[in-house]
Each structure stands twice: as C-alpha cells, then as structure tokens.
Design a protein around this ligand. Structure first.
Ligand code: HEM
Length: 473
C-alpha cells in the first residue's frame, strides 16, 4: 500500500513539475511573497535586549513548515499548543492555565510531587542496579532508564492515578518516537524528488506516531471527563484542560469555548514531550560530566549523602547541586535554540546587522551563549564552582533577570520563557541527588566519555552515555 502511495506521489510530482514548467513559460504568475529572512543571534547582550527588554516585539514563534504539512495530511486542521500558538488571547489562556494550575511553585509544593518522584526514583535505582550482587559493577546505557522514570512523574502529573504503568510505558514509547521523527524532519524546498520522497515518508511516520498517541490518550481523557471530581490532592493537568474555556476569536472579549478532545491530545503531547525530553537530556549530560570528573562527583556526593532531602532542602539548601545543574545547562542547553517570528519594524534598531525592511525568523542560539568567551572564563571547562558565592557567575540563575545582562538562557526568555522551569529544576535536583547517593559512576573499562553534541530537536549526546555503576550501601 505504501509503495503504491509512493509511486502516486512520484508521478504526481513529475506531472506537476511539467505543468508548472509549461505554465510559467506561457504566462508569468505573480511572484509568491518572499519568505522571511533567517537571522541568528549568538550574542547574549543582543538576545537580552530583544527577548527581555523588547519582549512584546519578540513573542511569537514562526510556524514550522512541517506542522503546516502535517495539518494538510490530516485534513487541514492545525491544532495549537502553548509553544505554537501566536502571542494573544488564546496563548494567554493556555499559558495562565498551565502556570497557575499545574506548574506554579505553590502547586508543586502541595506535597503530591514528592511521593511520585520517590516511586519513580525507587524504580530507576532498581532498573540501574547491576545484575547480581549489590557491590558488583555493571555497565549500563543510561538514557532510556532515565527517560522512563521522568516520564512516569510527568504522566502522573498529567493524568493523575487513572493511568496504569503499562499505559504509561506505551505512551512514553510513542512520544519518544515522535520526538525522534520530528528531529529527522529537515525540509529543504529545492531538494531532489528522492529527498522529497524521503521527507514525505518521515512525515507519514510522524503522523502514524501521532495517531497511536491519540488512540492511547483519548480513552484516558474520556475516563477523566466521567470521573467525579475530588476535593484536594492532585488535580491533574488534564482536569484543568477539561475545565478550561478559551476565547472563541482573536480578542479577550470574544465568547469562550471548551477545548476539543483533539486539541487536548496535542496539549498533553506537548506536556509529555517538553517535560520528559529536556529533563532526560540534561540529566544524561550532567552524569556524563560527573563520570568524566570524579572529583566533582565526590564533592557533590558529600553534599547529597544522607537521607533523601525534602523539596525545600533541594531548592535552597544544596548550593553545589544547584551549581552542577546550572553548569550542565550552560554547556548543553537541551533546547538548542529559541525561535521568534519578528516583524520588520520590531527588529529595526534591536537586531543590528539583520536584513532591513523584512520580516525575520530569528534563531537565538542558546548553546553558543553559554560558551561565549567574552562572558565566560574557560567556557569549555565544566566547572560548577563558577556558580558558587565568590565565583564569576554567582548571581546567574536558570532565567535571565530583567535588570541584569544575561549570560545564559537555557529556559529561554521574555514572554515565552519555559513555564516548566520550576518543575524541571526540582526534578533535575531530585533525580541527580538520588543517583549520586545510590551509585558510584565511572567510565566503562578503557573508555573515554565522548562529549560530542548532536543538535536535533534537542541537544543530545551523540554517543549515548554508557557508565559503570557500583551500588553504594
Ligand atoms: C531541563 C528542562 C527544560 C528545559 C531546558 C526547557 C527549555 C525550554 C525552552 C528553551 C523553551 C523556549 C523558550 C523561549 O522560546 O524563550 C521552552 C518552552 C516551553 N517549555 Fe520548557 N524546558 C524544560 C522543561 C519543561 C517542562 C518540565 C515543561 C512542562 C511540563 C516545559 C514546558 C514548556 C512549554 C509549555 C513551553 C512553551 C512556552 C510558551 O511558548 O509560552 N518545559 N522550554
């Protein structure tokens, strides 16, 4: 069936190109509007001026061509999630909902997150435990184990306890498949017919993943709708989406409507993808540096040893843990770029050197900012001490401050900064502290840790981390 479809696409493409050629020969069609020019920003000062000081002009993301194509493939309907929706009333409704109802520190502090994390960590430690005796050292590929554990927490925050382990594992596989498939899609309008075919096949693969996620999530949404509401306890993200009313039109004064099920699936997918991928990638990078630098690992262990720390100890009482994570985010921000679609007049005067009088797609290169040698001493060295009191970056945090110049922005900046920053920092600290407390981490025998980066949808380790783990008593 797929072969027939491929053949049809080849033939259609061929005839279309003949028609196009003869058409353009006979009659000049009006030129299509020029696509916006692409401009890259690597300088943290320029990024700060644009994203923080001029946030209104830099608050809409460009429409990704593959989303448009995907929408065409599924009958023209393009659903918006928080990341894709233009800055305006619909975005405000979705963003306020996730921030106030799910990700706000006051919600995260209600006490339901800690047992979820504890269970996920227990399972992760059991999965990483070298087969056999407690003290035996075993080599492990780490990434998949971490992803499953992080996903488990995110899935519970999303669906509450109405989702069983098996279902969680299935959704995790499909969401990960989708992320890999998105990373593989690199459209190039002038490519050969063969490249177009490959591109078309990748889009179909992505669509198939999305179909399977729909099949897995829709029954869960239905079940949540029918379930009587409980007072107190965890109010899962999906319940907040069921209760949410978004503007019907483009202004705040328009009437309000409920979200459709398919819109909810897209928002859930975003929650899963954003919540799991970046945290997993950051943990893997951090562990890789701890394996490569046993002195840093030992220093961190001295701080986290003892009973599992509470949320407030994690957030305020462990400066070296905080510094290790910031250093990892500086060197390898999991999301390599923040993207904006900027009107010509908003760009003028802010983006010096950018093409004038045209709309722009601006790529803020988050990875380059953290390694800017004008801002950082020895930027390619992993040295958490720089974030400790007295260090060159003692006042730098995960988000840029409005009144200070920015030196790094791993969670983006301006109106569209990452709303998951609080949850992400909490999960990173909680998982990292447990993994260092429970295991000694070392490189596999005779191996050197390869820290080469691979830029796709996320900035991952090109060679996934494999480490020799020894369980501590
Ligand atoms: C280490 C973990 C994470 C990193 C490094 C990260 C990074 C980012 C970055 C760079 C952006 C784009 C910001 C911009 O354009 O200025 C973003 C957006 C976003 N992130 Fe995260 N993120 C992480 C975890 C999370 C988590 C745990 C969630 C939620 C469960 C989340 C949800 C979102 C959403 C919804 C957006 C879109 C915001 C908007 O457009 O208004 N992220 N994130």
């Amino acid at each position: 069936m797929e072969l027939l479809l491929l053949l049809a696409v080849v033939l259609l493409g061929f005839f279309a190109s003949i028609r196009r050629r003869s058409y353009s020969a006979s009659r000049r069609a009006p030129a299509p509007p020029a696509p916006p020019a692409v401009h890259r920003v690597r300088d943290p000062d320029v990024a700060h001026r644009a994203l923080v000081e001029d946030a209104d002009g830099f608050s809409t993301r460009p429409v990704m061509p593959f989303f448009v194509n995907l929408a065409k493939m599924r009958g023209g309907r393009r659903n918006e999630n928080i990341s894709t929706v233009p800055h305006g009333p619909h975005w405000r409704a979705l963003r306020c909902n996730i921030t106030a109802e799910t990700l706000h520190p006051s919600r995260l502090g209600l006490g339901y997150l800690e047992p979820l994390q504890r269970e996920a960590i227990q399972d992760l430690v059991a999965a990483l435990q070298p087969a056999g005796a407690v003290h035996a050292a075993g080599e492990q590929l780490i990434r998949d184990h971490i992803r499953s554990a992080v996903f488990r927490v995110i899935a519970r925050l999303c669906f509450g306890d109405s989702v069983d382990e098996c279902h969680v594992r299935d959704i995790c596989c499909q969401v990960h498949g989708m992320q890999v498939a998105i990373g593989e899609i690199k459209p190039s309008p002038r490519s050969s017919m063969l490249a177009k075919l490959a591109h078309w096949r990748r889009q179909r693969r992505l669509l198939a993943f999305q179909g399977r996620v729909n099949d897995l999530c829709l029954p869960l949404i239905g079940a949540r709708r029918r379930r009587p509401r409980e007072d107190g306890g965890l109010r899962p993200y999906i319940d907040t989406l069921i209760d949410l009313r978004v503007p019907e039109g483009d202004t705040e004064h328009d009437g309000r409507r409920a979200l459709r099920d398919d819109e909810m699936v897209d928002l859930v997918l975003e929650f899963f993808g954003a919540g799991t991928g970046s945290v997993t990638v950051c943990l893997e990078w951090t562990l890789a540096h701890l394996v490569a630098q046993p002195d840093v690992q030992e220093k961190l262990r001295r701080e986290v040893d003892g009973d599992a720390p509470s949320r407030s100890q994690l957030m305020r009482g462990m400066p070296y843990l905080h510094a290790v994570i910031l250093e990892s985010l500086r060197m390898h921000p999991p999301t390599p770029m923040a993207l904006r679609h900027v009107q010509a007049d908003a760009a003028a005067g802010v983006l010096v050197g950018a093409p004038a009088n045209t709309d722009l797609i601006v790529l803020f290169m988050l990875g380059d900012m953290g390694r800017d040698s004008k801002k950082w001493k020895d930027p390619n060295e992993f040295r958490p001490e720089r974030f400790l009191p007295g260090g060159e970056a003692e006042s730098v945090g995960p988000l840029p401050r409005r009144k200070e110049t920015s030196r790094m922005m791993p969670f983006g900046a301006g109106h569209r900064f990452c709303p998951g920053v609080g949850l992400a920092m909490l999960m990173l600290k909680c998982f990292l502290a447990a993994l260092v407390r429970e295991f000694h981490w070392a490189a596999p025998t005779d191996a050197v840790i390869d820290l080469t980066e691979l830029d796709g949808f996320l900035k991952t380790m090109k060679k996934p981390l494999s480490a020799r783990l020894t369980r501590r008593t």
